[in-house]
Design a binder for this molecule. Structure first.
Ligand code: G1P
Ligand code: ZN
Length: 543
């Protein structure tokens, strides 16, 4: 056996955030940095020994090197079998599906999601448990603790494995299967959605564009949309995964998916525009002159679930992250469905999905998903919308406006203040926390503050408590302002302010979201002292 025990020193900054450990590539390239974290995972996830591990990443810079290191460390840590995507590629949803299908004990996914890639970009690593979902906080905390104590790691001395072709290998008794990253996932989608019906709209001339943003979903989208569903060639744009995402920011929002937005504007025959992020778990849905907010998308999916073959037997319940708008709550209320509010981050949906309490869940940050896997799923959301369009024979804009007419409209916007000094960001949150007791009952123009708190979540399944998940200002008319600090940034702190207002009367619906929210936006600044503390007069990104 050629197992090496390598001595190393702990790095103090290996605390996983909202979705795993995310740092600059240059940090990961420091000697033993990746190895320390991977060994910490193996030290905590002792259930992996003798079992199957799923491994893959979004193809960003450093993905190939990291895959080889992890394979050699897995072999040295007693893993029996690794399923690794060809070329080391797997989208996050495909990895989740593979873990579940193969009864793997867990998975390691290499991605920094929507963060930029390349030598100066970001890299990331996350661990998913046997249910296919992101590891719970108790696990990531334990990994962090292990990383602070680490003094050696185990690795096999061996040549790199050739991952370019579907093949099997043996590494010191560990079986390595290089698998097609797309096929199982595509099959699963064909089970959930009515592929015949969707094919028929493409046959009848329906046109769309899917922007893979030079990231992982290119091969998935080409196989599903073009090869299986018959969408015209050229439907998938930026479909070849590049290690630096072509220098772009693979974040499917109105700012970074500018090319897609412009395509829709210049070609009125396109009925749908969609995009996904670096690792394929996020989605953006556009129609002609309409952007479907992720919060609305979740509500619309919930209201129309019966039209999709995979959900015809009904929904068990739904969940949204706390900052996500209450649009889905309104639908759930009318349909008599249970609706849960969880902290930000997909991992909080896992227990609810496993316990059979919910079928759909979503986040305002372009995440939607269902109980088919334990991650959010970008292409799943796109196929859901295609299936809806095919069933209803309505445009995206019609589907949205009819939904608002029935359930009312939740105006919603997120304002991000990026890379602010961490001490300023913490000061802002601390002063808000300190002011909570005095704020309640105050009037701000027409808005009366009914309730305010620092969101605390008690998991209904295991009773675990998660504190300090964001300051909520809840107004008497249902309007909300939420403040929280991002857990995924890699430079300074990012303050996110979420603003929401409900209007039930369709006659009063206006086009301009920022205008509809203007007074609340002022209140958010006044109460949070944002401009005073940060010195910023406007957010960097408005969604
Ligand atoms: C962001 C999103 C959050 C999402 C996470 C991972 O986290 O806001 O909803 O789960 O990315 O994709 P944040 O940076 O806000 O902590
Ligand atoms: Zn992602």
């Amino acid at each position: 056996m050629s197992i090496q025990i390598v001595n190393s020193q702990p790095y103090p900054d290996q605390q996983p955030g909202t979705s795993g450990l995310r740092k600059k590539v240059t940090r990961f390239q420091q000697s033993h940095y990746l190895q320390n974290f991977v060994q910490s995972i193996f030290n905590v996830a002792t259930e992996l020994a003798g079992q199957t591990l799923v491994l893959g990443g979004d193809g960003r810079f450093f993905n190939p090197q990291a895959i080889q290191v992890i394979l050699k460390m897995a072999a040295a840590n007693g893993i029996a079998r690794v399923l690794v995507g060809q070329l080391g590629l797997l989208s996050t949803p495909a990895a989740s599906a593979l873990i579940r299908k193969n009864n793997a004990a867990g998975g390691i996914i290499l991605s920094a999601s929507h963060n930029p890639g390349g030598p100066d970009g970001d890299f990331g690593i996350k661990f998913n448990t046997a249910n296919g979902g992101p590891a719970p906080t108790s696990f990531t905390d334990a990994v962090f603790q292990a990383s602070t104590r680490i003094h050696q790691y185990r690795i096999i001395e061996s040549d790199d494995i050739d991952l370019s072709a579907i093949s099997s290998h043996d590494m010191e008794g560990m079986q390595i299967e290089v698998i097609d990253p797309v096929q199982d996932y595509a099959e699963m989608m064909a089970q959930i959605f009515d592929f015949d019906k969707i094919s028929s709209i493409f046959k009848n001339g329906f046109r769309m564009r899917f922007d893979a943003m030079h990231a992982i979903t290119g091969p998935y989208a080409i196989e599903i949309l073009q090869n299986r569903l018959g969408a015209e060639n050229g439907t998938v744009i930026n479909g070849i995964p590049l290690e630096d995402f072509g220098g772009c920011h693979p974040d499917p929002n109105l700012v970074h998916a500018r090319e897609l937005v412009e395509l829709l504007q210049t070609d009125p025959t396109l009925g749908l525009g969609a995009a996904s992020d670096g690792d394929g778990d996020r989605n953006l849905i556009l129609g002609q002159a309409v952007f479907v907010t992720p919060s609305d998308s979740l509500a619309i999916m919930t209201a129309n679930a019966g039209l999709i073959p995979g959900y015809q037997s009904g929904l068990k319940g739904v969940a949204r992250s706390m900052p996500t708008s209450a649009a889905v709550d309104t639908v759930a209320g009318q349909l008599g469905l249970a609706c849960y509010e969880t902290p930000t981050g997909w991992k909080f949906f896992g227990n609810l999905l496993d316990a059979g309490k919910i079928t759909f869940c979503g986040e305002e940050s372009f995440g939607s998903g269902s109980d088919h896997i334990r991650e959010k799923d970008g292409l799943w959301a796109v196929l859901f919308w295609l299936n809806l369009i095919a069933e209803k024979q309505q445009s995206v804009a019609d589907i949205v406006t009819r939904h608002w007419a029935r359930f009312g409209r939740h105006y919603y916007s997120r304002h991000d203040y990026e890379a602010i000094a961490s001490d300023k960001a913490n000061q802002l949150m601390d002063q808000l926390r300190a002011a909570l007791a005095t704020l309640k009952g105050q009037h701000f123009g027409d808005y009366r503050l009914n309730q305010c708190d620092d969101f605390c979540y008690t998991d209904p399944v295991d009773g675990s408590v998660t504190e300090q998940q964001g300051i909520r200002l809840l107004f008497a008319d249902g309007s909300r302002i939420v403040y929280r600090l991002s857990g995924t940034g890699t430079v300074g702190s990012t303050l996110r302010v979420y603003i929401e207002k409900y209007q039930s009367d369709p006659a009063l619906h206006s086009q301009d979201t920022q205008l509809a929210l203007a007074e609340l936006i002022d209140i958010a600044d006044q109460v949070g002292h944002i401009s005073v503390i940060t010195g910023r007069s406007a957010p960097d990104v408005i969604t």
